[in-house]
Design a protein. Structure first.
Ligand code: GLN
Length: 311
């Protein structure tokens, strides 16, 4: 590419990539053994605008598992396909203030919200209850529609999480004692583990973010993939709970609805403007990508993206 043709945004992305590239704090997730094999140096930054332009730098074509970022899209899918009332009766919208894998439920035994494991498993349970074996393909199609392409599953990560996922198994069985999930727990967990093992790139995350920012219309494909209601409510829960027990700090500093995953991805959205997708597998103690957080904070500051500071 000719440097003179670079937009200020692309130039900024490259500078930010160079600036945070040397940062080697944090550890690749290894509680799912297969995730421990990730190359810690991978680093990709992508921005997609609501008019369908994508700007990217670094390892934006490298596939990694979406993990918890899937929770946001599956929640939007559940709101749209099962009805908001039904979903909202089963899963709360309060921040938990706890780690993503906390087994604690609210005092009324509902999961706190759909961005932590308990709520995401309950959400998966609702979709499984309504659609049976078809649940996973429906979820895969929804994630693909947000990304604008067909997405594959990393079977090794799926098998690895299934083999070591006792904590999520415990959460699912606890939920079942209160009716928070009903039916076949193994099927629900398989669907959840598979959903987390879907492969995406940083570019995909940027387009997913832009689809959220564009009120449910994928700006690259033009497809309507979610309703404005589902998108707005999902972004609301992402704002309060998308970054786990760092969510308050995040919304204060960065000011964007966002969701992270232990694969090292972060998706963020500025409504009516853009989506951000970052991939860098070294995580901090909350399970959030270290370089991802720094990159989003730098972008928010430089381009005045904080949603509550926009004029
Ligand atoms: N599959 C992971 C789990 O359930 C997702 C967690 C995450 O990305 N925070 O533990």
């Amino acid at each position: 590419p000719t440097p003179s043709l670079e937009t200020p945004l692309l130039r900024f992305l490259k500078e930010t990539h160079a600036r945070f590239g040397p940062l080697d704090e944090g550890e690749v997730a290894s509680y799912i053994p297969e995730l421990g094999k990730a190359d810690p140096d991978h680093f990709g930054i992508a921005v997609a605008t609501t008019d369908g332009h994508v700007y990217e730098t670094g390892d934006t074509g490298v596939p990694f598992t979406i993990q918890s970022i899937s929770k946001a899209i599956v929640y939007a899918l559940a709101l749209d396909t099962l009805g908001a009332e039904h979903v909202e009766a089963t899963i709360g919208v309060e921040p938990s203030g706890e780690a993503f894998n906390s087994i604690r439920l609210r005092a009324d035994n509902k999961p706190f919200n759909a961005m932590v494991n308990a709520g995401a498993i309950a959400c998966c349970g609702l979709i499984s209850e309504a659609t049976g074996e078809a649940a996973f393909e429906m979820i895969r199609a929804a994630l693909g529609a947000f990304a604008g392409r067909t997405l594959d599953v990393d079977d090794a990560v799926f098998q690895s999480e299934r083999a070591t996922g006792d904590r999520n198994r415990a959460i699912a069985y606890l939920l079942r004692t209160y009716g928070g999930v009903r039916g076949d727990v193994d099927l629900i967990l398989d669907t959840y583990f598979r959903q987390c093992s879907i492969l995406v790139t940083a570019r995909d995350l940027a387009v997913m973010g832009a689809t959220f920012a564009n009120h449910g219309v994928n700006p690259v494909t033009g497809q309507v993939v979610a309703s404005n209601y589902a998108v707005a409510r999902t972004l609301a829960v992402m704002s309060s709970s998308g970054m786990y027990d760092f969510a308050g700090e995040w919304i204060y500093r960065v000011g964007l609805p966002a969701k992270s995953g232990v694969g090292g991805g972060i998706v963020a959205a500025l409504p009516s403007q853009l989506g951000l997708g970052i991939f860098s597998p070294r995580l901090d103690a909350h399970g959030n990508s270290v370089r991802g957080i720094r990159t989003c904070a730098a972008m928010s500051e430089s381009f005045d993206l904080h949603m509550l500071s926009r004029r």
